[in-house]
Design a protein around this ligand. Structure first.
Ligand SMILES: NC(=O)c1ccc[n+]([C@@H]2O[C@H](COP(=O)([O-])OP(=O)(O)OC[C@H]3O[C@@H](n4cnc5c(N)ncnc54)[C@H](OP(=O)(O)O)[C@@H]3O)[C@@H](O)[C@H]2O)c1
Length: 279
């Protein structure tokens, strides 16, 4: 297949390009030459005649989205509309990469694909608007939601914890924000399997198991040989930031595991591999 990866130079995009490149012809589209907020991008994507488009481009800085909701909606909602219109023109299915932040975090168990989204911050609301454009404009799509992505290259939680631990010598991390770490190479393998199925729909693809930021940070410090760094538990209410993350952002992989047998390994195993191969 000819697969266009929009956002192909981002954290996930690079891993997807590498993984898919083994079996498919991959076209990488990203800033600065490709800007999904421009209408001309519809032609730019469509002219390349992809058989499938993976849309992983987004304004991903959640605090910047809170400070500038308009920019978030332009990139994540209207940008996705443009990508969906390009897919519509060439009749290509789309994989839209979305987020656990489409949920409000009030549920007391992991969110299923069937749960009603209700975003509580600009990032989540703009990504949810993107999902709705995909659903409105296309009849063949996979919406793939994930959380706490980490990859060999990228600005992610494990890298930030290690950097801050070394810089500051002590850390405070929240105990009441919960989600599923998602190792990009595992997610990319799952997407390779998913696109073979033509079983279109909404999927939650994360590593198995959920964890608090605090316990995730504690495991990262252990694996990095930094377990001696003092780690203080704090609550979301004590941590000042521009965005409000959902407290329970845990996702359950119900659809892909039940119907397609696609399941990612536990996050603990994925984190160990991340350390063996990358840090
Ligand atoms: N990171 C997470 O923890 C997480 C969690 C849940 C869901 N997701 C979703 O997963 C996807 C990939 O995330 P990621 O961590 O790989 O993000 P990333 O590293 O920030 O990559 C996003 C890519 O999109 C590009 N981009 C931004 N605005 C664009 C525009 N207007 N036109 C074209 N390209 C544009 C970025 O370019 P620049 O770098 O030049 O801006 C970057 O290369 C996103 O859809 C995100 O919403 C991520």
């Amino acid at each position: 297949m000819r697969i266009a990866i929009v956002g192909g130079r981002g954290q996930l995009g690079r891993v997807l390009a590498q993984t898919l490149g083994a079996q498919h012809q991959v076209l990488i589209l990203d800033l600065p030459e490709c800007d999904i907020t421009q209408r001309s991008e519809i032609d730019c994507i469509a002219d390349r005649a992809p058989d499938l488009v993976i849309h992983a481009a987004a304004m991903t800085d959640v605090d910047a989205c809170a400070r500038d909701p308009r920019a978030a909606f332009v990139a994540n909602a209207l940008g996705t509309q443009n990508v969906a219109l390009a897919c519509q023109r060439v009749r290509a299915p789309m994989v839209y990469i979305s987020t656990n932040e489409v949920f409000d975090g009030a549920k007391d168990s992991p969110y299923l694909e069937l749960d009603e989204p209700h975003a509580i911050n600009s990032y989540g609301a703009s990504k949810l608007a993107g999902e709705r454009y995909v659903q409105m404009l296309l009849d063949r799509f996979y919406i793939v939601r994930l959380s706490w992505l980490f990859a060999p290259l990228g600005n992610n939680f494990p890298q930030k914890i290690i950097k801050l631990a070394k810089q500051k010598g002590a850390l405070s991390v929240v105990t009441d924000e919960i989600a599923n770490p998602t190792y990009a190479p595992d997610l990319a393998q799952a997407i390779v399997q998913l696109i073979e199925t033509n079983h279109f729909g909404i999927y939650h693809l994360t590593n198995e198991g959920s964890v608090s930021r605090y316990n995730f940070a504690a495991r990262i410090l252990q694996l990095a040989g930094l377990a001696h760094i003092p780690l203080t538990p704090i609550s979301l209410a004590d941590y000042e930031r521009d965005s409000t993350p959902p407290a329970n952002g845990a996702l359950a992989n119900f659809a892909a595991a039940t119907v397609l047998g696609i399941k990612l390994r536990p996050w603990q195993e994925a984190l160990e591999e991340f350390f063996k191969s990358n840090v």
